[in-house]
Ligand binder design. Structure first.
Ligand SMILES: Cc1ncc(COP(=O)(O)O)c(C=O)c1O
Length: 415
């Protein structure tokens, strides 16, 4: 074994002659040691030597790692660069504005899905919740004794429970029995109350019954403040201010935007922005069968998020270029298809992706560039959308989904 330590007098980059082997140029900082080890019995030899990284005689690797100058492999750690860390003091201060899933490998269309569920409330409704509370505070409607009350199918309830906990308000969420049990528990975990309505109003259904109950709460207690997501301009305003411009920025060649319709806050905020700033972009609403929002007949619906049992007060039909109505069984199939590619999304994402692919197949060229929104993630739907018994209970045989995976063949493994 032939070893030597040396530093070339040329300074930081030194050339070391390896006795006829490849001459290699190493970066050597002043005072650092280069260690070259020849394979045993090959001092003059033909096989290349091992060259260990430069080592400083003054700073050991552990110290250098602690100081951030070395990676665990000994290579110099790159200087930190890029955006500064996201540091928040309130959960509603964090959101993701630039995450899109490329749906091309899954649906074979140029469809990109903007992910809205990557925040502390887990859904698109964080934007509406934060914006409505902020607006109420700015208008002097909230004081430390205020009790925020709201009707929600679940996600707004979670977001408002989180924001209310952070801002120090009591919160009562009025929901109905379509709200997932896990979502109810989440709302309660933030210290809020959940009132579940299970008897529909004879004419206006479960939503009508929820609103009637809410009005009763407000009449009885002067400390209650109903934010009223169905009519509050801060709901759509949040999407006008953030969602739409971030889509336009990220996808400059956008041609069609598909937006699911619940209260129509997301739909109207986006539609208003695009009609004003990018009128060339078509805005297509996606609704669920059984919802009356776009004039269809009312029918039972089981997946929360999209659809309404009354005409949404916020809806301005003149801003919407087209509408696609999706049966919930199509929602289930698309949710499973996405999950089998590793994307576990909530029910309404299945609906909007199913509706968007159907519309694109009928109305667009293969290279039409489109975006839709994924309002939340799938974990809240494990006991419903992703459970065969639940699907069977609500949709019967129509909910039988084809076998998702080809499982490994045990016979093939045995030989
Ligand atoms: C999962 C999910 N998708 C879609 C929506 C619809 O959003 P918007 O009320 O803005 O129409 C909601 C609203 O609660 C939702 O929870």
């Amino acid at each position: 074994m032939n070893e030597f330590d040396g530093v070339d007098e040329a300074g930081p980059t030194g050339r070391i002659d390896l006795h006829g082997l490849d001459a290699r140029t190493l970066v050597v900082h002043p005072g650092e040691t280069v260690r070259v080890t020849y394979p045993p019995g090959d001092a003059s030899g033909t096989r290349p030597p091992t060259i260990l990284p430069p080592r400083s005689p003054h700073v050991g690797p552990a110290r250098a790692m602690r100081d951030g100058r070395r990676s665990p492999t000994g290579a110099p750690t790159p200087r930190p660069s890029g955006p500064p860390p996201n540091i928040v003091s309130a959960p509603q201060q964090f959101n993701t504005h630039d995450l899109f899933v490329d749906m091309r490998p899954i649906v074979d269309q140029r469809l990109f899905c903007k992910v809205e569920g990557m925040n502390f409330a887990g859904s698109v409704k964080l934007k509406a919740a934060a914006s409505m509370v902020e607006a109420a505070e700015a208008a002097g409607q909230l004081n430390p004794w205020s009790i925020i009350v709201e009707s929600s199918s679940g996600n707004l309830g979670v977001a408002l429970a989180m924001v209310s906990a952070n801002r120090g308000y009591r919160f009562i969420c009025v929901t109905d029995d379509r709200c997932n049990p896990q979502t109810r528990r989440l709302i309660e975990t933030y210290g809020a109350e959940v009132h579940v309505i299970s008897v529909p109003h004879p004419e206006t259904g479960l939503l009508g019954a929820r609103l009637e109950y809410l009005r009763g709460l407000c009449d009885r207690d002067p400390d209650t403040v109903w934010l009223n997501q169905y009519e509050n301009p801060a709901n759509a305003g949040a999407h006008y201010a953030t969602t739409a411009p971030s889509i336009a920025r990220a996808v400059p060649g956008l041609e069609v935007l598909f937006v699911g319709a619940g209260t129509c806050g997301t739909l109207m905020g986006n539609a208003r922005w695009f009609k004003r700033h990018r009128p060339d972009v078509k805005v297509v609403a996606i609704d669920v069968e059984g919802s009356v929002s776009f004039g269809g007949p009312a029918a039972p619906r089981h997946i929360p998020g999209l659809g309404m049992g009354m005409t949404p007060p916020a809806l301005d039909r003149s801003l919407v270029d087209d509408v696609v109505i999706v049966p919930e069984t199509e929602t289930l199939r698309m949710c499973q298809r996405l999950a089998m590619r590793g994307f576990l999304f909530g029910g309404s994402t299945g609906t909007v992706v199913a509706g968007a692919t159907r519309w694109l197949a009928r109305n667009a060229h293969p290279d039409t560039l489109a975006v839709t929104l994924a309002p939340d993630q799938g974990e809240r739907y494990l006991d419903t959308v992703y459970t065969p018994a639940w699907r069977e209970q609500h949709y019967g045989t129509a909910a039988h989904l084809s076998r998702p995976h080809r499982l490994p063949d045990p016979a093939a493994d045995s030989d």
